[in-house]
Design a protein around this ligand. Structure first.
Ligand SMILES: Cc1cc2nc3c(=O)[nH]c(=O)nc-3n(C[C@H](O)[C@H](O)[C@H](O)COP(=O)(O)OP(=O)(O)OC[C@H]3O[C@@H](n4cnc5c(N)ncnc54)[C@H](O)[C@@H]3O)c2cc1C
Length: 379
């Protein structure tokens, strides 16, 4: 194996793997270094929803959603591997009048932008989800979103990247950068040293830690999110279900539960997320998290009190001060590209990765990503 590359991508999650694929497809010599197993970071913990209506509604984010959904329709064929892409109904349950009013406006805007969304009353919600306890609920936001298997999605990108010649390496934590002034000239793991022209830092919640190795910083923060999955059950939940004020519920709290429920293809129910503020990265779950999730879930779906949880996990989930992603070249460094903290990651990744690869290879991306530039926090 060559030890010199056009681009070294650090981080083997959705962002790193999709970028490695696009870079290799566009002709670059690529090495991806992942600290653990491929796709085992936050990407492994996610619910697999290709969300369409919860992010910012500016033109760029809308374009990423609309074009991203279209790309998913053909991406499995392009990558040569299935990741269980499918469409499914979404109901965001509305519990307060202010949320009802907010979503009336938002649903109209989304529909106008090509993402058909409506606010439905309690009776319609009950018809769609006959086993839900809708007492006290005002109704829900209804739309159709996409669904994938997160691990298969990561592995499909890894395998397609390898077919284009990319080297995708797990269990290779980057421990040091060798600098020449403000340029990274080599990347080191515990046992190896690789030289490169450019570096892409895509280490999710760990981006700040990784950038410190190059003497740079960005205000990427994270909280810790726990989730559980149940044994397979007969069909009792028919749509993706989430609370309409999901992000408001968790932000700024030391501990909070924001319920999201998703049936998988084999009948298991994926339940997220119990969130805690943490000062260090870890993958643990807590007695509090599982209990708090169960309590909220059983209130919503009383039959779930009889269903067994078979697995639980926890991962960091990152965000930036303005809740927009960070994507672009690091201003203080000559050859370091960074991407982290997307909101609708799965939906946007097929389009964004192509554009990011173009930027890294000094081509113009079809749409400017300037609004996500790291310089908004560093200048
Ligand atoms: C419970 C939960 C549910 C979610 N559900 C959804 C959902 O339904 N839809 C959606 O779109 N998003 C969802 N998300 C968010 C989504 O999971 C993330 O946005 C996405 O996985 C981030 O991908 P990433 O590639 O940026 O980061 P990661 O997947 O975390 O990848 C970064 C990788 O970098 C590696 N790394 C770190 N430091 C180093 C180093 N020094 N050297 C080498 N490697 C390193 C890590 O091991 C990690 O694998 C959810 C998140 C959580 C927590």
């Amino acid at each position: 194996m060559s030890s010199s590359f056009d681009v070294i991508v650090i981080g083997g999650g959705f962002l790193g793997l999709s970028s490695a694929y696009e870079l290799a497809k566009q002709g670059a010599q690529v090495l991806l270094l992942e600290a653990g197993d491929i796709g085992s970071g936050t990407s492994a913990s996610c619910s697999g929803r290709a969300q369409v209506c919860e992010g910012h509604l500016d033109p760029l984010n809308i374009q990423l959603i609309v074009d991203g959904l279209q790309k998913h329709e053909v991406l499995e064929e392009e990558l040569g591997q299935s990741y269980d892409w499918r469409k499914i109904g979404l109901y965001l349950i509305i519990r307060t009048q202010s949320s009802w009013d907010y979503w009336q406006n938002r649903a109209a805007t989304l529909t106008m932008q090509g993402i058909p969304t409506q606010v439905v009353d309690q009776k319609t919600l009950q018809t769609a989800e006959p086993n839900m306890n809708t007492n006290g609920l005002l109704g829900a936001v209804h739309t159709v979103e996409g669904m994938i298997n997160p691990l298969k999605f990561s592995l499909a990108y890894a395998s397609a990247a390898r077919k284009y010649g990319a080297v995708i390496q797990g269990h290779s934590r980057v421990t040091n950068f060798e600098m020449n002034k403000n340029r990274v000239v080599a990347v080191q793991t515990r046992n190896e040293r690789y030289t490169c022209d450019k570096v892409a830092v895509m280490t999710g919640a760990m981006v700040s830690e990784t950038l410190k190795l190059a003497g740079a910083s960005l205000p990427v923060q994270y909280t810790h999110a726990e989730a559980v999955v149940t044994e397979p059950i007969p069909p009792m939940i028919f749509n993706n279900i989430e609370i309409s004020d999901f992000y408001e519920t968790i932000h700024g709290k030391q501990r909070a539960v924001a319920i999201g429920v998703h049936p998988d293809l084999h009948g298991s129910i994926d339940i997220s997320e119990a969130v805690t503020v943490t000062d260090h990265f870890h993958k643990n779950v807590s007695a509090w998290g599982i209990t708090a999730l169960a309590k909220e879930l059983i209130e919503l779906y009383p039959f779930m009190s009889k269903v067994r949880v078979v697995r639980s996990w926890g991962r960091p989930t990152s965000f930036t001060p303005d809740e927009e992603p960070i994507i672009g070249w690091m201003p203080q460094l000559e050859n370091v590209f960074v991407a982290t903290s997307l909101v609708e990651t799965i939906t946007a990744v097929p389009i964004l990765s192509e554009w990011m690869a173009m930027m890294m290879l000094d081509k113009n991306s079809p749409t400017s990503l300037d609004q996500f530039a790291p310089s908004r926090f560093t200048l």
